[in-house]
Design a protein around this ligand. Structure first.
Ligand code: HEC
Ligand code: HEC
Length: 235
């Protein structure tokens, strides 16, 4: 009985150690740099918030598709309900070919080809995500921002007007949801979207480019932009 119970465990351990050692040493420091491929859409670490993608704090051991308040695809949610949890192996497989891993998920990332890159990245992610309890979205916001945002979130933004206004945004933020240097803003949670704009308005976030775009927007215009941008799906 006892031998039967321990055998599969040691087999798994053997399998795990051969995965890391087989592909040379893992290098979490390199992994941190590689996370640039993810950081336009994902935050991790203390105070991490949902952006275009769910925050990755405490992601190891987490059920797929389970962060409250993030709008997942039904495909990823279903995979979680059927038992998919995030581990070094499953994250590795997901980021190798996001499209193939869970059919119908909507992470619009083309994939990380090299096994060494993936294991370095995953090693770093595991370290950073274990130590930091996740915080509420926009925990750093001032109460002023929270108040401004609450007023806008109560309004019924007009998505058609938002689409019209978006001409002033899509020169930089790609409508496809791809993020190359400039963060993607397609599919952000509405509360996050609205608060970000007020954070630029009030210098909680200091970015001249964005400040210039939002400083003269009225509440009605912000509500319309939020209705439009949070209503379209990344490709
Ligand atoms: C263009 C935006 C984008 C990029 C780049 C991106 N992701 Fe994602 N990611 C998403 C979205 C959106 C989801 C949710 C997918 C769904 O609901 O089907 C997601 C989901 C995930 C999940 C599942 C989390 C959960 O709560 O179930 C993990 C893990 C993940 N991404 C890791 C990564 C890593 C690691 C990278 C970098 C190699 C990366 N992602 C790059 C947008 C992105
Ligand atoms: C000239 C280029 C440019 C234009 C035009 C522009 N943005 Fe931005 N936007 C940026 C950059 C760069 C950032 C990242 C700034 C930072 O580091 O905080 C950003 C950040 C954002 C964010 C926060 C994203 C996040 O993940 O936290 C939102 C929301 C946003 N922009 C919305 C808009 C809207 C709405 C418009 C149109 C009214 C717009 N932007 C126009 C360049 C631009």
């Amino acid at each position: 009985m006892q031998i039967e119970a321990t055998a599969p465990i040691s087999a798994i351990l053997l399998f795990l150690s051969s995965m890391t050692v087989g592909a040379q040493e893992v290098d979490p420091i390199r992994g941190e740099k590689l996370f640039k491929a993810c950081s336009n859409c994902h935050e991790v670490g203390e105070g991490a918030k949902n952006k275009v993608g769910p925050h990755l704090d405490g992601v190891f051991g987490r059920t797929a598709g389970s962060i409250d308040g993030f709008k997942y695809s039904s495909a990823l949610k279903r995979a979680g309900e059927e038992g998919l949890t995030w581990s070094a192996e499953s994250i590795d497989a997901y980021i190798e070919k996001p499209r193939d891993f869970v059919k119908g998920n909507r992470m619009s990332y083309r994939g990380m080809e090299k096994a060494q890159d993936r294991s370095d990245l995953v090693a770093w992610l595991e370290r950073i995500s274990l130590n930091s309890p996740s915080a509420d979205i926009n925990a750093e916001s001032t109460s002023e921002v929270v108040g401004f945002a609450a007023a806008v979130l109560e309004m019924d933004g007009d998505p058609d007007y938002g689409e019209y206004l978006s001409g002033d945004c899509v020169t930089c933020h790609q409508i496809s949801g791809q993020a190359d240097g400039i963060p993607s803003i397609i599919g952000l949670p509405k509360e996050y979207f609205v608060r970000s704009l007020f954070e630029y308005k009030t210098n909680v976030r200091q970015n001249e480019v964005m400040k210039n775009r939002v400083v003269n927007l009225s509440n009605e215009e912000i509500a319309a932009l939020a209705a439009y941008f949070t209503g379209i799906q990344p490709q």
